[in-house]
Design a protein around this ligand. Structure first.
Ligand SMILES: Cc1cc2nc3c(=O)[nH]c(=O)nc-3n(C[C@H](O)[C@H](O)[C@H](O)COP(=O)(O)O)c2cc1C
Length: 123
């Protein structure tokens, strides 16, 4: 995985990302998320403020994708493995930028394994 490519794309990100998970029958579920960050080791972190079905899918060990678009109108899709942190370093970091009006129940941490732009596999 080319983390530098992800970092450069992420820095130009425009607006909400789309987080997609699947349930144990393979039914996908997509949500918008704006309380997001890229950690210093290039992991995508999404604040769990209002996850419901998403949380169920996480607990069912879902696969995950994150879709976003840049200010230039280029789209990126990240596929990866995820972890859910209710405490610890990533949780504390999420709390440092998640607006306090939101509950910040947990931090979804996504280790990117593949990066696409449209049909093109970048990494
Ligand atoms: C623009 C926008 C941004 C959102 N950002 C977040 C977010 O950063 N974190 C979060 O937990 N929910 C966020 N939500 C709410 C989720 O999109 C979604 O409604 C929630 O996870 C419940 O859906 P689910 O049952 O499919 O998980 C946002 C909603 C909108 C419309």
């Amino acid at each position: 995985m080319n983390n530098e490519m992800l970092k450069q794309a992420w820095e130009k990100r425009d607006g909400a990302v789309v987080l997609t998970t699947v349930d144990s029958d393979g039914m996908p579920n997509s949500i918008y998320a704006t309380c997001v960050g890229l950690s210093s080791d290039n992991r995508i972190v999404i604040a769990d403020n209002y996850f419901y079905k998403t949380k169920q899918n996480i607990e069912a060990k879902s696969k995950v994708t994150v879709l976003f678009i840049t200010l230039e109108g280029k789209s990126y899709q990240v596929k990866g493995e995820m972890e859910y942190h209710s405490s610890g370093e990533m949780f504390t970091w999420m709390k440092s930028w998640n607006p306090t009006k939101h509950p910040g129940h947990g931090a979804l941490v996504i280790n990117a394994t593949h990066l696409y732009s449209g049909k093109e596999k970048l990494s």
